[in-house]
Design a protein around this ligand. Structure first.
Ligand code: NAD
Length: 510
């Protein structure tokens, strides 16, 4: 299928009017990234890695434009994001398909990811006229205190394979509208998605008057390119999305340089299904959250705590649903679960399931599918694991569709199980009890950054601030006031009188 898919990629790039990446013939072998589709494991394209000298040069270009970009009025910066959003709208079908080809997520989710980019552009346009500060009452007579927000400087964005365009767009749209230049190091697994969407942004910036194309750069490479970004002294803010292990390294490298970080790391998300829950609704929500994106979302539902009074019938329904989910080519409309990203993800899933079996847990699903049709790919039946206690394996993030099921008796016991994970990204409760819903969302409830009632753990909207606590890194991106992370807070006091009264009533006279 390789040639067919390569032709499809070429068609997409032609339609976007973005230059196709250099081919193998044009770049030496060890400087290439190999973009493989998880659909059948075949090669989509070879893409040149960004050489170190070019990274250095691009930071110099970013630095040269940073002051002017910061001084360009925010609503005009917003206008450029509006134009980028229009281009994304126009090319949503091709971009959605490209996301599907490179990540293996089903087409509906590929299109959804592009929609997220469009939504954040709209949001950034509105924000461009709302970067509000405030005026604060001064204790000194004839003084005025005000707080304003100013551009922070060059921002570096590192992104993960599973959201190859949306996560960068959350950062890019907000960082740019806040007046910052930007460099992006995407996952080495998804260089084509990066080239496509950055190419469209670049066109908008280059067509502007003046030409702003030098305020955004793209670096293709492995983790060493990410390290270079983190360590570069001129990059003042690092927004990194990926595993907790990566985030630890980034945090340690940024700390001695006092660099600002926005860390969006792993998740190990749970849902509580209470006795009063609408079980039809809970079933649909649990299914999407656990098996959507083949269990490869940071917000994927991995642990379900189910009230003992409904445990048996609910688990029976889950098993039925799991057995009937269509697994297959993510481009086919009937498919709900596409392939895993690679063989390493499959092996990690099998190791976790073996560990569960060794503990005496009952495992259903998890087997490899479609091996004859797609020998180079890794399709699996999503797995359910029935257990009566929370074991160590459940407290790890295994990036695959495994849902652990465990009964509970008291609400507070289930809240403690939810909070026992070292990650703190997303959580959900299914209940018709106001008491249970409010307790779970209160300070006595879930300790996560996202706490939902009667919907699953995944599928956040861009209007809210996205992120989580503990091993998830503590960063917040996207909506609400997350934009403040990309700006410098300035407190200015203006003395408009003739005297010089000091704060705290201090007297200091000659
Ligand atoms: P990963 O950690 O392997 O890689 C993520 C990115 O970090 C890549 O671009 C990689 O090249 C770079 N990188 C790795 N080590 C680095 C280092 N030391 N310094 C600088 N850059 C480095 O993650 P992945 O396998 O691509 O993605 C899956 C993980 O990402 C999961 O843990 C998932 O939960 C997490 N994730 C989190 C969010 C969120 O918003 N919280 C969103 C998507 C994915």
């Amino acid at each position: 299928m390789s040639q067919l898919l390569q032709a499809q990629v070429a068609e997409i790039f032609a339609c976007l009017d973005v230059a196709l990446p250099p081919t193998e013939a044009e770049a030496p072998g060890d400087s290439l990234l190999h973009s493989r589709t998880p659909i059948d494991g075949s090669l989509l394209a070879c893409v040149a890695q960004t050489p170190r000298a070019e990274m250095e040069a691009s930071v110099r270009r970013l630095a040269a434009r940073q002051r002017d970009w910061a001084a360009w009025p925010a609503p005009r910066r917003g206008e450029l994001l509006r134009r980028w959003g229009l281009l994304l709208r126009e090319h949503k079908p091709e971009l959605g398909l490209l996301v599907t080809l490179e990540t293996g997520k089903i087409l509906q989710e590929g299109l959804g990811e592009v929609q997220e980019m469009i939504d954040i552009c709209d949001y950034a346009v509105g924000l461009s006229r709302q970067l509000f500060g405030r005026v604060i009452a001064s204790e000194r007579p004839e003084h005025k205190m005000r707080e304003s927000w100013q551009p922070y400087g060059i921002c570096g964005v590192i992104s993960a394979f599973n959201f190859p365009v949306a996560v960068w767009a959350w950062n890019a749209a907000i960082a740019l509208v806040c007046g910052n230049a930007l460099v992006w190091k995407p996952s080495h697994r998804t260089p084509l998605c990066a080239l496509a969407v950055h190419g469209l942004l670049h066109r908008v910036l280059a067509d502007a008057e003046p030409d702003w194309s030098a305020v955004s750069a793209l670096w293709l490479g492995h983790s060493d390119a990410g390290r270079f970004l983190v360590e570069h002294p001129d990059i003042r803010l690092v927004s990194a999305t990926g595993s907790t292990a990566m985030g630890r390294e980034v945090a340690l490298a940024c700390a001695p340089r006092f660099k600002r970080t926005i860390l969006e790391l792993g998740g190990n998300n749970a849902a509580l299904v209470c006795a009063s829950a609408d079980l039809d609704l809970a079933l649909r929500a649990v299914l999407f959250a656990a098996v959507g994106t083949a269990g490869q979302r940071c917000t994927t539902l991995r642990r379900a705590f189910i009230h003992e009074s409904i445990y048996q019938p609910f688990v029976a329904r889950l098993k039925q649903a799991w057995a009937s989910v269509t697994v297959g080519d993510p481009r086919a409309p009937a498919t709900l679960v596409g392939p895993l990203i690679d063989g390493a993800a499959f092996d990690a899933m099998q190791r976790a399931l073996d560990e569960c079996r060794a503990l005496g847990n009952r495992v259903s699903g998890g087997e490899r599918l479609l091996q004859q049709d797609f020998p180079g790919a890794h399709y699996v039946r999503p797995a359910l694991v029935e257990t009566d206690a929370q074991h160590a394996v459940m407290l790890r993030e295994t990036f695959a569709p495994i849902l652990y099921l465990c009964p509970f008796r008291e609400l507070d016991e289930a809240i403690a199980l939810n909070n026992a994970a070292s990650h703190g990204l997303s959580s959900a409760i299914f209940t018709d009890s106001l008491h249970e819903a409010e307790r779970f969302t209160s300070e006595q409830g879930s300790d996560c950054g996202i706490v939902n009632v009667n919907l699953g753990t995944s599928g956040a909207e861009i209007g809210g601030a996205f992120g989580g606590e503990k091993d998830t890194g503590g960063g917040r991106e996207s909506g609400s006031d997350a934009w403040k992370s990309y700006m410098r807070r300035v407190t200015s006091t203006v003395n408009w009188g003739q005297g010089l009264p000091l704060a705290q009533g201090i007297r200091f006279e000659l």
